[in-house]
Write a protein that binds this ligand. Structure first.
Ligand code: DX5
Ligand code: ZN
Length: 221
């Protein structure tokens, strides 16, 4: 089993001390920083926009894995490119023309990500796998950190793993929502290559660095 990448989600960090939050996980060996952009329409919560991404871009050397939970994501591709997003992931439910949106992300020099909500069947993203650098399985209903992992998500991870392998596609397979040290290994065994964790990293009383170390031990065990 290959060691996964870890992408701590700053959604659960202290927004007034984000630079420190990112530095702590960078020092502890995080691979990417997961940035949850919410518009209060596609999901019932509101976070931040391109300026936050631009400011984070100056605060860390890690790739910025930007997860857009917004309506009309196609209208925002240029602004996230200018802000310095490394990966830009859009929801298949949100893009008016999914293929054109993915092509626009690629044309602006970012890595291309596509994700789907828990109630959306994997078939919605399968036709696009060849165009992706990242397929993201949402294992909670997007909008809030600290929710429980939806068990059926593992079947989706396995199905996308099979489809990627069948087509020789090398996209990362990321899973987001409810990931803790005690279920991380099962998610990786199902085929994930990148794990997002928010509350389990930033709400651990031991601190984000120690929390990330727990994840690394859990997937090695
Ligand atoms: C949920 C976000 C997640 C969130 C995960 O809408 O997309 O990235 O931060 O948080 P946890 O790990 O607490 O479930
Ligand atoms: Zn996310």
């Amino acid at each position: 089993m290959a060691e996964p990448k870890f992408a701590p989600s700053i959604l659960s960090a202290d927004f007034a001390r984000l630079g420190e939050a990112v530095a702590a996980v960078e020092k502890a060996g995080a691979d990417w920083v997961h940035v949850d952009v919410m518009d209060g329409h596609f999901v019932p919560n509101l976070t931040f926009g391109p300026k936050m991404v631009a400011d984070l871009r100056r605060a860390t050397r890690l790739p910025l894995d930007v997860h857009l939970m917004i309506e009309r994501p196609e209208a925002w591709v240029d602004r996230y490119a200018e802000a310095g997003a490394s990966y830009l992931t859009v929801h298949v439910e949100a893009a008016a023309d999914v293929g054109a949106t993915l092509a626009a992300i690629r044309a602006r020099g970012m890595k291309v990500g596509l994700t789907l909500n828990p109630e959306t069947a994997v078939e919605a993203i399968l036709p696009h796998l060849g165009a992706l650098d990242l397929a993201l399985v949402m294992s909670v209903h997007p909008g809030f950190g600290g929710q429980s992992f939806i068990a059926g998500s593992l079947d989706k991870v396995r199905a996308i793993r099979r489809a990627l392998d069948t087509h020789g596609a090398r996209a990362e397979l990321e899973v987001d929502g409810g990931i803790k040290p005690d279920n991380a290994r099962a998610v990786v065994e199902a085929g994930a290559t990148v794990l997002v964790a928010g509350s389990a990293i930033y709400e651990d009383p031991a601190g984000p660095g120690a929390a990330l170390a727990k994840f690394k031990r859990a997937v090695r065990a």
